[in-house]
Design a protein around this ligand. Structure first.
Ligand code: CTP
Length: 396
């Protein structure tokens, strides 16, 4: 996506990754953005203002008391016409200042006086990244609505390995492009189910499956990024809640059904990614079952089909099912589309998706088959959300 005419303030703070800000500037300018650079004093020890000036084609700003700024309020003016402030790299020290609202140099003052969104790409040594204070500061920034890009894991300038490398410039560019994308689901309410369910056998044992919840969480995140108000009803998984998403934790299929019933009427879209257990144990034991006779039978009874129930509501939201199949993908997905009376189902091969970070999916609807290709679950979720948005009936 082109960034033609987008007004970005690129803030560079002190760290070895500052040299990558030169490449980032080149990429942003090449994509069409108008980039104004402000650097901290420390940043100018790692990368030269002359380099940044040449790449951005604009004067570079460092000093709060710069003579070029015409009046005393000039430092605020430098961020007034901006649509985004991007800090890359963002040092541990600078993020601490942002989190606490300090403004003791030009860049931190521009940030606190801004009217536009703020994005930061942290870069630091692994110990600094894992430090409790940094963790707290990043949480504060996220809660304040700051977009945090990365960091990535890998070899570090200090010779250590781990989390803290700045996200590569091309990937930061992709996030900036995504940020400027029109919000396809603004004003829409989206309900997502994710993860496995757990059906008790006795107080310490459960029937469950190997769903990691990653796809459902990616779908919730993508819908939120697209501007929707998102509720995520989640089975037991160990994943962080996507920023801005309301999460409801459930355990059994019946709990999930109750939670979905509460929200389905208000939703515009229901995306059922959860791997709901089809059966539960009819009479779970009140006490731990003891080993006896080398043999145990459990009587199972069917769980409610949550998605079919939502799709059969008098005024159902736009329902999207997921079909994870081990064989005959198209045939099985189409059968579910018809049986559950859905406008759309997403098919994938279970062995290519379960527990992994990437997958390959195909959409099936009345028009036919639409492969979305292979990619990270987040990339696929973003494509799916775009497809769903394009099929929604116009707003009432
Ligand atoms: N689903 C649901 N409630 C259930 C079972 C499934 O809401 N009790 C939803 C899933 O979230 C998914 C879709 O239905 O979106 C397809 O699930 P799947 O288990 O593959 O379908 P089933 O109808 O249970 O078919 P199968 O015989 O293959 O298990």
């Amino acid at each position: 996506m082109a960034l033609t005419g987008r007004r970005i303030l690129l803030g560079i703070t002190g760290g070895i990754a500052a040299y990558k800000a030169a490449e980032l500037t080149r990429l942003l300018v090449k994509a069409g953005a108008e980039v104004r650079v402000a650097m901290t004093e420390a940043a100018s020890r790692f990368v030269g203002a002359a380099t940044m000036q040449a790449l951005s084609g604009q004067p570079v700003w460092t000093d709060l008391w710069d003579d070029r700024v015409k009046d005393a309020m000039g430092h605020i003016e430098l961020s007034r016409d901006r649509e985004l402030i991007l800090i890359a790299p963002a040092s541990a020290d600078f993020m601490a200042k942002l989190a606490h609202g300090l403004a003791d140099d030009l860049l931190s003052t521009l940030c606190i006086a801004r009217r536009c969104p703020l994005m930061v790409a942290p870069a630091m040594n692994v110990e600094m990244w894992q430090n409790a204070a940094t963790t707290r500061n990043v949480e504060t920034l996220r809660a304040d609505g700051v977009h945090v890009v990365g960091p990535a894991s890998g070899g570090q300038a200090c010779g250590e390995m781990g989390m803290g490398r700045m996200t590569e410039p091309a990937d930061i560019l992709a996030d900036v492009q995504f940020f400027f994308q029109p919000k396809a689901l603004a004003g829409r309410r989206v309900l997502v189910t994710a993860g496995p369910t757990e059906e008790p056998v006795d107080p310490v044992r459960v029937l469950t499956n190997t769903s990691s919840g990653k796809m459902g969480y990616a779908v919730a995140r993508a819908a939120r990024e697209a501007g929707a108000e998102v509720t995520l009803i989640s089975g037991p998984v160990a994943l962080p809640t996507p920023v801005g998403v309301t999460r409801v934790d459930v355990r059994t299929a019946r709990d999930m059904f109750e939670a979905v019933k509460r929200d389905a009427q208000h939703a515009d879209i229901f995306i059922s990614v959860a791997a709901v257990a089809d059966y539960r144990v009819k009479n779970p034991a009140a006490q731990k079952i003891k080993k006896a006779n080398g043999h145990l039978s459990l009587e199972l009874e069917e769980n409610p089909d949550i998605l079919a129930w939502v799709a059969a509501l008098p005024k159902p939201p736009f329902c999207v099912g997921f079909a994870a199949e081990s064989e005959n993908l198209a045939q099985n997905a189409r059968a579910k589309l018809a049986k559950k009376k859905l406008p759309m189902i997403v098919g994938n091969l279970a062995q290519e998706a379960l527990g992994r970070d990437d997958s390959a999916i195909t959409l099936y609807d009345a028009q036919g088959e639409h492969p979305l290709g292979r990619g990270s679950k987040l990339e696929l979720a973003r494509k799916l959300v775009e497809q769903v948005a394009g099929r929604l009936p116009p707003r009432k």
